[in-house]
Design a protein around this ligand. Sequence first.
Ligand SMILES: Nc1nc2c(ncn2[C@@H]2O[C@H](COP(=O)(O)OP(=O)(O)OP(=O)(O)O)[C@@H](O)[C@H]2O)c(=O)[nH]1
Ligand SMILES: [Mg+2]
Length: 431
Amino acid sequence: MSNQVYQVFEEVEFKAKLLAQYWNNFHIEISQHLPETYQPEIQELSQNLETALNQLIDELRHPTLTLATTGTTSSGKSTLVNLLCGAEIVPVAVSEMSAGTVTIEYSPEKSLIIHETPGALWECGEWRGISEDRIYQRLYQVMISYIENRETQPNLPCPQSTIYYPFRLLKEFNLELPEGTKVRILDLPGLAYVGDAGNADVIKQCRQALCIVTYNSAETDSQKVKSLLQEVVQQVKELGGSPARMLFTLNRIDVFRADRNWPETENRFFENTIRSIKNELTEQLKEYTEEIEKLEVVKLSTWPALLSLQVQNHDDIYSADACKKADNHFNGLIEDILEDLSRNTQKWNRHDRNRVAEALWQKSYAGEFQQNLKDHINQHFPQLVIPQIIERFNIAAGNAITEWSTQTTTAILKVQRKAINRSVKTFHTLG
Ligand SMILES: Nc1nc2c(ncn2[C@@H]2O[C@H](COP(=O)(O)OP(=O)(O)OP(=O)(O)O)[C@@H](O)[C@H]2O)c(=O)[nH]1
Ligand SMILES: [Mg+2]
């Protein structure tokens, strides 16, 4: 992390301390013009400011970087979260799957918490030292239970879960983060369900996150593509249109491999979709035209990228299972290599598997995606973590102090102006 970034953090801390100093001088000064009865109020404001200042300093020294996958239903958000984690821990399915928010906090020890929510129809609790597979299965049961019951119980709060996991985003991306930074990943439901009961804070969480907006490239129905775009625009609107907080991925881009005219069809789709996204956004958010032009869009195929990691797993059974899936679903990405390999994936040796893994990684654009994400985080780190720290500070004390100071000063000035007017009048009468 560059010196410049440290300077930004130090500057915010310095300004907040300066504000506290101004307040100290101000309230001592203004107390002379106020009756004693104001003292408890002033004391309370000072106390709150001190607590908020300590909190701000602590948060600046231990900032939290949040990454959230957002986008339309079945666009591959959860698969992407699994890719960032390097393991299959959040449930994935062909049709709508995710329900509620799953927060993944970095920790060397693995554990799962399914939080108690009112009327929960599923098992809540905490499981420590849990395996990847058990995390997946438990979350799967919870989500299915929610999805099956929400029709008949529209007010059923959606499930909220937290996973503690040593994810690869932190272990292997070589992010240049300041010491003490916490990183967490959020797996969110499809945009259409963001309004579900209990999901209201999803949008709030997105505002504080770097959103990886996933777009389903496999959707070809023009009507659906249109509504997909609308949903994405809505999402960007909610986020305030800031490009620092968004990275667009055209996911499931592997579908174009089946085309006779690949890569021409893929490139055309890529260019056209970027244009449509930007046009639609500019149309609806004219005030952000300049920022929208700077929006980053990358190609990706998350599932084969994840399979590439799984194929390289040291556990032979796990790796063999991934080889089978790669052979079944992504023939088009590994066809050159398949010519040299046995039809029976069980017989692939480590060298064969490494070749397959390499091809999957390369053809899914995973390397480019990873580099892009890394650059984006390194480039925008202060904007990604500082605004919410300042907002919390303002809510806790900053706003109240500013308001109180303005109101009190105005009131005192009013009283003084009246007194002056009275003196002037008296002066005139005397005259
Ligand atoms: N071909 C292909 N399929 C993918 C890719 N990524 C995900 N999928 C498949 O797309 C389907 C949806 O994936 P999910 O990760 O569950 O999508 P999601 O956006 O989390 O879905 P919801 O949370 O239910 O909105 C699954 O069947 C995945 O296996 C990809 O890159 N290529
Ligand atoms: Mg999902």
